[in-house]
Design a protein around this ligand. Structure first.
Ligand SMILES: *Cc1c(COP(=O)(O)O)cnc(C)c1O
Length: 416
């Protein structure tokens, strides 16, 4: 489920004592298990088989050192910006395994992607397809393209991370996509190689994913029957994980849903998995600063805040908290909050927590995906360090930001 466990009352991640990480690097600090990430990647890649290009969705956690390992293990990558492209290339990712998603690709981003020779651009509108054709024409090449269609299925997830409903900004309505394939089929600068969809994130029920794959298949078959033969179907990402009591699908469950929807079809498959690979590989470590009590309500004030981990504030997300030293202190219902000056700055609400002393630390689990990646310097708080655990070894993979990192870009511009 996740790599954090107690031995003799002390919290470990794999074979590392978490308190040693805190001593060496301080808090707030992210820690990831390489072993867990590797197992998750291999479990999905194995279940999905040779027929599938298993891509990692970089936006979930874009640390170069994690990307480098995923590239070594054979992963492809799903990117959403030129910045992510640069990260993947720097990490040694194979351009022939990169898909580029997103509704707002700029000319420069399209140019960079074509220049790198990526596998496929997932196109989200007719206007974007025209822009890609224009850039490719200037470069004298054919752009490999899939249309990202909007299959209009309700993934049954938080509304901020549902992307496949017809009112969503993502993709091209599936009916309109067919017409666009036909209209652009003969354009010399566009090579239609696939069709794609991504319906949302943190999907616990896989049935909507199956329904979306089925709709992609129907479109693929209609196009084939009219003479447009695509080579792959990209089913996106979105497989959910267990944060609390969710019954998260296994890699085998997921593979079975795609197998059923796409049975008998001799076509390459692509998936774009973020959270399900890295989410439970990581935790955010934080230290209790103070306890306070207002009007009978207890607050545990910690040194991590919404700028470090936005998910509770943004989605009301639930994360498990584990003290570094197992405690038999009585449980106390409290809000766990950070130092940021916003009432929306909380990490947990009404949570029973052992009344551990100020100065003691906690691990916030399930923070490997959309944790550091969504962090900011809000309230002029330098971003946290990131640590990778490799078995019994502890490696810093992003140093804690300094005040110089905070002030530098402005000081570069100092005008008297
Ligand atoms: C965010 C995203 C993903 C990954 O979603 P997860 O829920 O992290 O698996 C995949 N594809 C696209 C297009 C995305 O935007």
């Amino acid at each position: 489920m996740h790599p954090f466990h107690y031995r003799a009352g002390q919290l470990y991640v794999d074979d590392c004592l978490v308190s040693e990480i805190v001593e060496r690097y301080g808090t707030p600090c992210y820690v990831y298990s390489e072993l867990y990430l590797r197992e998750r990647y291999h479990a999905f890649a194995h279940a999905l088989g040779e027929q599938t290009l298993t891509c990692y969705a970089v936006k979930a956690n874009s640390n170069l050192h994690l990307l480098r390992r995923l590239a070594q293990w054979g992963a492809g990558f799903d990117i959403v910006s030129a910045g992510e492209l640069a990260r993947v290339l720097r990490a040694g990712g194979d351009p022939k395994k990169i898909v580029f998603s997103g509704v707002g690709k700029s000319r420069d981003e399209i140019h960079a992607a074509l220049d790198a020779g990526i596998f496929c651009l997932n196109v989200e509108s007719a206007a974007e397809l025209e822009r890609i054709a224009e850039v490719a024409t200037k470069m004298g090449l054919r752009a490999p393209v899939a249309l990202r269609v909007n299959p209009d299925v309700d993934p049954g997830t938080h509304k901020y991370i549902a992307t496949g409903l017809k009112e969503s900004k993502f993709g091209i309505p599936i009916a309109a996509a067919e017409a666009l394939y036909r209209r652009a089929a003969e354009w010399p600068s566009i090579a239609f190689i696939g069709v794609a969809a991504h319906i949302g994130s943190q999907l616990i029920d896989l049935q909507p994913l199956g329904a979306a794959a089925r709709r992609l298949r129907d479109l693929y078959e209609r196009l084939r029957d009219s003479g447009i033969t695509l080579r792959h179907i990209d089913c996106g990402g979105g497989v959910g994980i267990r944060y609390h009591e969710e019954n998260a699908p296994s890699p085998a469950d997921y593979a079975a849903v795609l197998d059923t929807a796409l049975a008998g079809l001799q076509v390459r498959r692509v998936v774009e998995l973020g959270r399900s690979l890295v989410g439970n590989a990581g935790a955010l470590l934080t230290t209790v600063e103070y306890w306070k009590k207002n009007e009978g309500k207890h607050f545990c004030v910690v040194d991590a805040a919404m700028n470090d981990l936005l998910r509770p504030s943004l989605y009301g997300a639930w994360h498990e908290f584990l003290p570094l030293r197992q405690s038999d202190a009585p449980l106390r219902d409290c809000d766990i909050v950070g130092p940021v000056c916003e009432s929306g700055d909380f990490l947990a609400k009404n949570r029973p927590l052992p009344a551990i002393a100020a100065g003691e630390s906690l691990a916030i689990l399930g923070a490997g995906a959309y944790g550091f990646a969504m962090s900011s310097q809000y309230n002029s708080r330098p971003r946290a360090a990131e640590i990778l655990v490799q078995g019994a070894e502890i490696r810093c993979i992003r140093r804690r930001e300094t005040l110089a990192d905070l002030l530098g870009p402005e000081e570069d511009c100092l005008v008297d």
